[in-house]
Design a protein around this ligand. Structure first.
Ligand SMILES: Nc1nc2c(c(=O)[nH]1)N[C@H]1C(S)=C(S)[C@@H](COP(=O)(O)O)O[C@H]1N2
Ligand SMILES: [Mo]
Length: 433
């Protein structure tokens, strides 16, 4: 279909929400008839080809037989490959991370096989028949649960994200690395977890009046341990046995993990085998040598549990090339460890003007929220950004503001706005503003 440039120009003008082509979603979706203009479809139409009449080979033959377990299309598999970081290589073979390819995913729930992974000493091969969860310390009745016992308790479902405190650390380096969104920001995933509220198990053990904290510890050889305030432990923490309906996978903590919604991922202890109720934090290795936030005056903040408000445009994003000038739907993810997302704004001129993005429901507490913005790219270089605000009123900073807030070398809890520079060839790359 040939487009009428003057009509598109008038539509763009009518729907303008910010500079460089950001337009109202309703104009984007509007049907030709409703506008009174002689457009065959909505303003974003014209990208489909005419119907052909040649049947393809797969329309004429029997398909593959029933499978005993599905996997992505062979045409999609290459794209869904995950980046793996193994910074210490042979020195510490079990330590590293693999990233969720957020730039290749849509919706908000992360498929189990693409949940990011962060192990400090590899994935233990745990026989559930031999695994036990102990609750002890400041309790009236120390208890030991085997997996069969745990299965008998009433369970709840909770959708939430888990984000590593180290997510986005590449963006704390002096120069922006030319990486895809999944390699920069893919240490975040969102899952429907099913399990027992920790409060139910703590109540059965009978928490002592002096108790203020718990220590949760994993059964991996890293004995990952974290102190968590009792108030949070009794609030929305679950002892998870299922992940998007199937048993928690080994990489995610089989047979049982803690899920602490909104807190830094490190506290969601995998392969959970012990909870000690205490009157103070135990200052375990992983909350003193790591996961603290260095300030410019040399002091460090400890126990920065709640993940900041954050967003990232996943399409278009780093490493992609956009086809040619014309209409696009900018799409991305926003989240906050403190609450629901209230608002996401998008800018196409490096933060000078902003338009409100459309938030796709359901908008859930401490979960990934999908946003989108209609865009007409005129083929000139632009800088795309998104800026999220949560229900507590917290707003993302610019990269520069974030870097100034912390001391040199601070890598954890990066949640500044992401800038994607689009050049005149449509090539998208990581940039700092
Ligand atoms: N026992 C144990 N629990 C652990 C870890 C670990 O190495 N051992 N890694 C932690 C870190 S740093 C993060 S970010 C999350 C990652 O969870 P995932 O691998 O399921 O994405 O698990 C946390 N729980
Ligand atoms: Mo982490």
């Amino acid at each position: 279909m040939k487009r009428k440039p003057n009509r598109i120009a008038s539509q763009l003008k009518a729907g303008r929400v910010a500079a460089n082509g950001l337009i109202d979603r309703r104009v984007f979706l509007q049907r030709g008839a409703a506008t009174g203009l002689a457009l065959a479809g909505g303003i974003a139409s014209g990208y489909a080809a005419n119907i052909g009449d040649n049947a393809k080979p797969w329309q004429k033959t029997i398909g593959a037989p029933m499978s005993a377990g599905g996997s992505p299309s062979r045409f999609a598999q290459e794209k869904l490959k995950r980046g793996v970081l193994q910074p210490y290589g042979e020195i510490a073979p079990g330590s590293g991370a693999s990233m969720t390819p957020i730039h290749e995913l849509h919706g908000t729930i992360t498929p189990n096989g693409l949940h990011f992974e962060r192990h400090h000493n590899g994935v233990p091969d745990i026989d559930p028949a031999q695994h036990k969860l102990t609750i002890h310390g400041l309790v009236k009745r120390p208890l030991v649960f085997d997996m069969e016992a745990l299965m008998r308790y009433p369970m709840v479902n909770r959708i939430c994200f888990i984000e590593c405190s180290g997510n986005s650390f590449f963006n704390t380096f002096a120069k922006p690395r030319p990486l895809p969104a999944g390699m920069i920001h893919g240490l975040v995933s969102c899952t429907e977890w099913t399990g027992i509220p920790l409060s139910v198990l703590l109540d059965e053990a009978g928490v002592d009046a002096k108790a203020k904290w718990i220590l949760a510890e994993g059964a991996d050889a890293a004995t990952m341990g974290r102190s968590i305030p009792l108030s949070k432990a009794l609030d929305d923490v679950i002892v998870a046995l299922y992940q998007n309906g199937e048993p928690v996978r080994p990489e995610q903590g089989y047979p049982v993990r803690l899920v602490i919604p909104g807190f830094e991922g490190n506290t969601s202890i995998k392969w959970l085998h012990r909870i000690k109720v205490t009157d103070r934090p135990l200052h375990a290795r992983d909350e003193t040598s790591h996961y603290t936030d260095l300030l410019p005056d040399g002091k460090a903040e400890q126990f920065t549990f709640v993940m900041g408000v954050k967003s990232v445009i996943t399409r278009p994003s780093g490493g992609m090339t956009i086809w040619r000038d014309g209409f696009y739907e900018i799409s991305g993810l926003a989240w906050s460890g403190a609450s629901k997302i209230r608002r996401v704004e998008v800018s196409a001129d490096g933060g000078k003007t902003w338009g409100d993005a459309y938030l796709h429901g359901p908008i859930l507490d401490k979960s990934l929220t999908r946003f989108s913005m209609a865009w007409h790219w005129n083929g000139e270089p632009v800088q795309l950004q998104s800026r999220a605000t949560d229900e507590k009123g917290r707003v993302q900073m610019t990269h520069g503001q974030w870097m100034a807030k912390y001391g040199a070398g601070q890598r954890y809890h990066y949640n500044a706005m992401q800038t994607w520079a689009v050049n005149e060839h449509g090539e998208v790359s990581n940039a700092y503003l």
